[in-house]
Design a protein around this ligand. Structure first.
Ligand code: KG4
Ligand code: ZN
Length: 352
């Protein structure tokens, strides 16, 4: 089966066609992503109203390009999938409404995809990972551990109580005037700095839970930066290196605890840790997670980075996984700004 996937929940306008064979093996036929970074750059962050307008301007063209690149006519796809939340509501509405229109015009099933489910199932598309597994989603908007038992069957084990990890990277970069998105800038400069010069706090880490907190850490970075004004290039590099070391230690410590819980609650299941979200690109965090996984005898799966960040293929794939189980959604399904992965209505539905 072939599924068109549409993603418009943040600042990427994306569309993709993915094929799933009867054995559950996936192939990406096209994956077109148009980033709105330039539109939002003057404002230092994503402006929701501008994002929604840009999705309106570009989505039709991106979908046409996805079809053309795949060599597939939209009339030949088996279903239309779109992110229905969580995300910036204006953008989600643009993508979901477009999906509804295409589905209605062509008489195809509609699949309303939870954006987080798209991230959660990507490793099955790229690496054929079997259920169950543990997912760590670390992006600009989310930092959570989720036990993935099956399609539509998720249990959130921990989340951030304030900033997301990517957001923390972005805020640190912003206060050091490094540009947006900040993660890659911080990582680049961290390579030139002393990771042990600053001892930043690790909020919440002593508590026996799988949640994150990054806002106090960000404040500590700001205070260190203020104390050393004017900052030399070396100061900036040392701050970046120390911050990155600290968050890598936090993430690895939590991953060790999550894998211990996994071994306890799912005895007999091979432990697997799947990483998703833009922060998966960070080499120091990847290496720390590799150590944590090795120590637990767990397999670590980090999909190719363009599929860790927001894209249409993850939405098309989640749609294909749902369609393969006979699930589709009614045309009156709503877009939503908030939609936790472990909410009651994440199960399979039969709306058509
Ligand atoms: O998944 P993503 O593309 O978008 C969403 O937030 O949904 O993630 C973007 C986030 C940004 O906060 C960005 O700074 C962070 O991922 N990021 C990184 C790196 N590359 C991207 N953080 C740390 N190190 C990186 N190399
Ligand atoms: Zn995302």
């Amino acid at each position: 089966m072939k599924v068109l996937g549409i993603e418009t929940s943040c600042d990427e306008t994306a569309a993709s066609i993915v094929e799933r064979d009867a054995a559950g093996h996936g192939t990406i036929l096209s994956n077109i992503v148009r980033s709105q970074l330039d539109e939002h750059a003057p404002y230092g962050g994503v402006v929701p109203e501008l994002a929604a307008r840009a999705h309106v301007s570009h989505l039709d063209h991106i979908i046409a390009k996805a079809a053309e690149t795949a060599g597939v006519k939209l009339s030949e796809v088996d279903a239309i999938a779109a992110t229905a939340g969580p995300g910036l509501i204006g953008g989600v509405l643009v993508g979901l409404t477009t999906a509804k229109a295409i589905a209605a015009a062509l008489g195809k099933p509609l699949i309303a995809v939870n954006h987080l489910e798209g991230h959660a199932l990507t490793a099955r598309l790229t690496d054929g990972v079997a259920f169950p597994y543990l997912m760590l989603l670390v992006s600009g908007g989310h930092s959570q551990f989720v036990l993935v038992r099956g399609v539509g069957d998720y249990e959130r084990w921990g989340t951030t109580i304030d900033d997301a990890l990517g957001e923390a990277f972005d805020k640190v970069a912003k206060l050091l005037n490094l540009g947006n998105p900040g993660g890659p800038h911080v990582e680049r400069l961290a390579a030139l700095g002393d990771p042990n010069r600053f001892a930043f706090p690790k909020p919440l880490l002593k508590e026996d839970r799988l949640d994150f907190s990054f806002s106090g850490l960000k404040t500590a970075v700001r205070l260190a930066a203020e104390k050393h004004q004017p900052l030399t290039d070396q100061d900036v590099a040392d701050i970046c290196a120390s911050f990155q070391r600290t968050v890598a230690e936090i993430v690895a410590t939590r991953a060790r605890s999550a894998l211990a819980r996994y071994a306890e609650e799912l005895p007999g299941h091979p432990p697997r840790l799947v990483v998703a979200g833009g922060v998966a690109a960070n080499k120091a965090i990847g290496a720390a997670l590799r150590d944590a996984a090795d120590a637990a005898g767990a397999e670590l799966i980090i999909p190719p980075i363009p599929l860790c960040t927001d894209n249409g293929a993850m939405v098309a794939w989640a749609g294909a996984e749902r369609l393969a189980l006979g699930s589709s959604d009614a045309m009156d399904i709503s877009a939503r700004a908030r939609w936790p992965l472990d909410s009651a209505d994440m199960g399979l539905s039969h709306g058509k």
